[in-house]
Design a protein around this ligand. Sequence first.
Ligand code: NAP
Length: 327
Amino acid sequence: MRQIIVIGSGPAGYTAAIYAARANLRPLLIASSVEAGGDLMNTTEVENFPGFPEGVMGPDLMDKMQRQAEKFGTEILFEDVTAVDLTGDVKKVTLASGEQHEALAVIFASGSAYRKLGLADEDRLSGRGVSWCATCDGFFFRGRTVAVVGGGDSAMEEATFLSRFADKVYVIHRRDSLRASKIMQERAFADDKIEFVWNAEVDAIHGDDKVTGVTLSDTVTGVKQDLELQGLFVAIGNDPRVHLVHGQLDLTEDGTIAVDGRSSRTNLAGVFAAGDVIDPTYRQAVTAAASGTVAALDAEHYLATLPKTLLANIVAAASDDLATAAV
Ligand code: NAP
């Protein structure tokens, strides 16, 4: 049995692991099989993470965080968690391989998943013109016409990135003003290849094997128009990944895991949550990292309140494991 298991490998998960490892708690971090590193793995340059005045590529930043966590003794498994049992004193985490791990404390840093438009053909044409990641798929649209849906920072980032490849980039936004930060807006407005379609919602996506166009409807007048394009990038935000904890952890109205005030404490003793999965508002790499710190410190304090005999058993069990491994 472990003292701490961290679920998730974005800035919140890795930072929690760095702090827990430096507190000598030998955390196990479950990083996911395909989404290890979280959202920043799909980002190009990160310009607002302190300490990198020249910017840093998202995947490089996550690689550094991973190495920093490992340096202090975090063990990392690149597997998916399929089930958790958080209700008892001993928390159980089951992986896709069937392996089960136990710990006295669990930190949930499972992040968030791309939001979908909810249209009939969205999934069918996913990977055939519909995408949620310009840095992953933008290259395939060299010389083509594409559209980005959304009015936030992600949509501006996607549109600006896509204009390197595509001949034309529409930004389809349901209102007539953007939610994105000023600097991201100005960058998009200054880009000749980007054209904004205001007050517009995507009604339908067309195409048999590949996307050929969309039908838009005007959110003010209701008037419909067709737009020919080959790529549709959906950048309308994220939803917290909470499917594993339904029925065990309390959620907020926003769908995030509910925590006690500014702490990371959930409704269950020994279960802590950090990063995008508790944050409907700020959702920055820096705030996620800070949130991971809070969770590690809360978990450390929690473990310190547990009976010494319980902790001694864990240390003894860990020594036995090491001895067995050495034989
Ligand atoms: P966001 O800020 O929540 O913006 C989502 C956008 O999608 C909004 O403009 C929203 O429209 C629109 N939208 C939501 N649901 C929709 C639907 N069903 N149909 C059509 N449009 C819909 O999400 P985000 O852009 O992913 O950003 C999330 C957080 O990450 C933010 O805090 C952002 O600052 C941060 N971020 C930062 C950077 C950076 O600094 N480089 C890059 C990316 C993201 P309304 O405006 O009408 O609500």
